[in-house]
Design a protein around this ligand. Structure first.
Ligand SMILES: CC(C)(COP(=O)(O)OP(=O)(O)OC[C@H]1O[C@@H](n2cnc3c(N)ncnc32)[C@H](O)[C@@H]1OP(=O)(O)O)[C@@H](O)C(=O)NCCC(=O)NCCS
Length: 357
């Protein structure tokens, strides 16, 4: 009779997350904390949602972990699931669990009442979130397993019954997705394809017939065109200069060939389709990487490395500035209205001044 469903205990913890945080971590960093979120550490790298729709969620941005109140207890105290649940009962002042020996109720965290559909949802078509919860509830074995940690660390709330499932990846997940999105010859893989094309062309004289044939076959010229820049891609201008300098320095033909590819393609586009087309970042970066001695297979990874600073900036902006309390999916047209990491007091410092002597 004493048994309280695991989901209720977890929910109690979420409701009392502020007290729980103070109990386990002490006083927060008051300069960085808000009414919605407590921040811990000098950089506020541990964030705990104490109010609003996310109450009970927490994230440790340095460790790349997070979850709900129960996960917080487990992570901070290093406890397995059962022990964390017992600790939570005690801390919340709830009666200790009664252990039944009946085969149907062998889990300390799950009574039959847990899995039975509640009266208010039994006549409704279950939502996807409810289905997931049921799968997890029925498969009790998931508790305390890496699968459960995986779900929780990704912000997928399985207890109590969620009305939404949120996905909020950690920094590693974000970088991984961004790297993956670069694959493919129409995107990040284009600089590899450009170099293959230049090696196929070999000489300046072969440029025109090569490009013409591509147009006849209705194939694309790699390194030309951009979905957003409908004028010159500013990055291509910088790389064009570098390609020229490197070609002169190393007496290689790649700048001249690339430049001719640019002009012949632009002319043919105008003539055949009546539109202007300009080089994108990949047209000249291909020869720059090549003349720097970078193996072609590493073109896209090198490009990704340079982008990592920008990706990190987005992550910092979202996690440490004012946008943090409300997780959202960023779309290209999203307008960021929070402070620019202002609460961290971040400001631009010229690189020379950043290097310690
Ligand atoms: C980047 C790219 C996908 C952007 O395309 P977009 O602006 O969305 O334009 P679309 O794909 O709708 O193409 C519009 C027209 O221009 C043509 N076109 C666009 N880029 C072209 C190219 N590089 N070579 C030849 N034709 C091209 C298309 O064939 C299409 O013609 P159609 O209307 O007769 O079918 C496209 O320019 C491309 O494929 N470029 C080559 C790959 C590349 O360098 N990618 C790296 C981008 S940073």
């Amino acid at each position: 009779m004493n048994d309280i469903p695991f989901s209720d205990i977890a929910e109690h913890l979420n409701q009392r997350i502020e007290d729980l945080a103070r109990e386990l971590l002490g006083e927060p960093n008051n300069d960085l904390s808000t009414q919605i979120q407590l921040r811990y550490g000098t950089k506020g790298s541990i964030a705990i949602e104490i109010n609003g729709s996310q109450r009970g969620r927490w994230y440790d941005h340095e460790q790349g972990i997070g979850g709900d109140g129960m996960e917080f207890v487990r992570a901070r105290l290093g406890l397995a699931n059962g022990a964390a649940c017992d600790w939570a009962r005690d801390w919340l002042g709830l009666p200790a669990r009664s252990i039944s020996t009946t085969p149907e109720n062998t889990s300390p965290h799950q009574s039959k009442a847990d899995t039975a559909p509640s009266p208010e949802i039994s006549n409704k078509k279950p939502t996807m979130a409810e289905k997931v919860n049921k799968i997890v509830a029925d498969g009790q074995d998931i508790e305390g397993t890496p699968a459960e940690t995986y779900l929780r660390n990704r912000g997928i709330i399985v207890s109590p019954l969620p009305t939404t499932i949120r996905f909020r990846p950690n920094a590693y997940g974000r970088y991984g997705a961004a790297v993956g999105a670069l694959s493919g010859e129409l995107h990040g893989g284009a600089n590899y394809e450009v170099m293959r094309m230049l090696l196929d062309i070999k000489t300046e004289d072969s440029v025109e017939p090569y490009i013409k044939e591509k147009f006849t076959k209705n194939e694309r010229i790699m390194g030309m065109g951009h979905a957003v820049y409908k004028t010159v891609d500013p990055r291509s201008q910088v790389l064009k200069e570098l390609s020229k300098k490197l070609s002169e320095k190393t007496s290689q033909p790649w700048y001249d060939i690339t430049s001719k590819v640019e002009h012949v393609t632009a002319e043919l586009m105008k003539k055949t389709k009546g539109v202007e087309i300009f080089p994108n970042v990949d047209l000249y970066s291909a020869s720059v990487y090549y003349m720097l001695g970078i193996p072609m297979d590493l073109n896209t990874p090198i490009f990704a490395i340079s982008r990592a600073a920008g990706w990190a900036a987005h992550i910092i902006e979202e996690k440490f500035a004012e946008a943090a309390p409300k997780p959202m999916l960023y779309r290209p047209k999203a307008v960021y209205i929070g402070k620019y990491a202002g609460s961290q007091g971040c400001k631009y410092i010229p690189i020379e001044k950043r290097i310690k002597k």
